[in-house]
Design a protein around this ligand. Structure first.
Ligand SMILES: Nc1ncnc2c1ncn2[C@@H]1O[C@H](COP(=O)(O)OP(=O)(O)O)[C@@H](O)[C@H]1O
Ligand SMILES: [Mg+2]
Length: 254
């Protein structure tokens, strides 16, 4: 049962949507976050490269039983895929941190972004045996930013929801326009996020107690938060009776 309330700060306690860090205290906090990120990256790389090295060495030795050899061969692309995903997420984070000049702000029809992303993930949901629904009001609501990056936020949230929802569960994506903002909820009927993890899940390399250690990069929600904040919005865990509800809100474009 999740019972956190909506708040105007993000999960790290920083005000969401705060564009720049000016004071020296903020600079220290930013440099501490960078340091923690590097520690996390190093730890993660060491673990994944270590596994890859073990598998590659065993294969190169040529002394494995055929069944085990097949198993090890299957593991290699999984480890490599995880490394590629990690590097992609890190690139995204550093581009956002640097204020990527390619990501100019354009009007983005959020209704279309949500519909397209959900449609593109129906097959994945089907394979997981989970019903994926979308509820978008008629008309259009514009945000300002990059459609590709906002799509990425939704993909990450829906992937997480599918991953943590057992077969026959549901994942519902709901869009709501308020007077000056647009809110998107991704709600699932899955395992939920324990109290222990709730305050931390948006931080880099935090994987909840129920996550498989080889699963995602642990940067998914960090990337979501960085993208949403770069769009002047905020993202948080909202209240829901069962499972998990992640909500993000973006200012409406004039
Ligand atoms: N919908 C969800 N249901 C349950 N747990 C979730 C959900 N979304 C995220 N989490 C928890 O938050 C952690 C961090 O998520 P994320 O940053 O996407 O990293 P990753 O998916 O790579 O583990 C996950 O490991 C998981 O424990
Ligand atoms: Mg994830």
């Amino acid at each position: 049962m999740e019972n956190s309330t909506d708040s105007s700060t993000n999960q790290s306690g920083r005000p969401t949507g705060a564009p720049e860090e000016h004071s020296s205290g903020d600079a220290v906090a930013a440099s501490e976050r960078q340091r923690e990120l590097i520690v996390g990256v190093s730890h993660d790389l060491r673990g994944r490269l270590g596994s890859l090295q073990l598998v590659a060495t065993a294969l190169a030795d040529g002394i494995l039983e055929p069944d085990l050899e097949r198993e090890y061969l299957k593991q290699m692309p999984v480890h490599v895929g995880a490394l590629v995903a990690l590097v992609e997420d890190l690139f995204e984070l550093s581009r956002l941190e640097a204020g990527d000049p390619r990501s100019a702000m354009h009007p983005v029809d959020m209704h279309a972004v949500v519909r397209k992303t959900v449609e593109g993930m129906q097959m994945e949901a089907g394979m997981e045996g989970v019903t994926l629904t979308v509820d978008v009001p008629p008309g259009t609501t514009l945000a300002s930013g990059s459609a590709g990056k906002l799509e990425r936020v939704l993909r990450n949230l829906i992937e997480n929801a599918l991953h943590h929802t057992p077969r026959c569960g549901t994942v519902d994506v709901v869009v709501r326009a308020t007077a000056d903002s647009i809110e998107v909820d991704v709600t699932d009927t899955g395992t939920g996020i324990t109290e222990l993890d709730r305050d931390e899940v948006f931080e880099p390399f935090v994987r909840g107690t129920g996550a498989s250690p080889t699963g995602g990069t642990g940067l998914g929600l960090t990337v979501c938060r960085a993208i949403v904040e770069a769009h002047g919005g905020r993202i948080w865990l909202a209240e829901t009776g069962e499972g998990t509800r992640v909500r993000f809100s973006l200012p409406q474009s004039e």
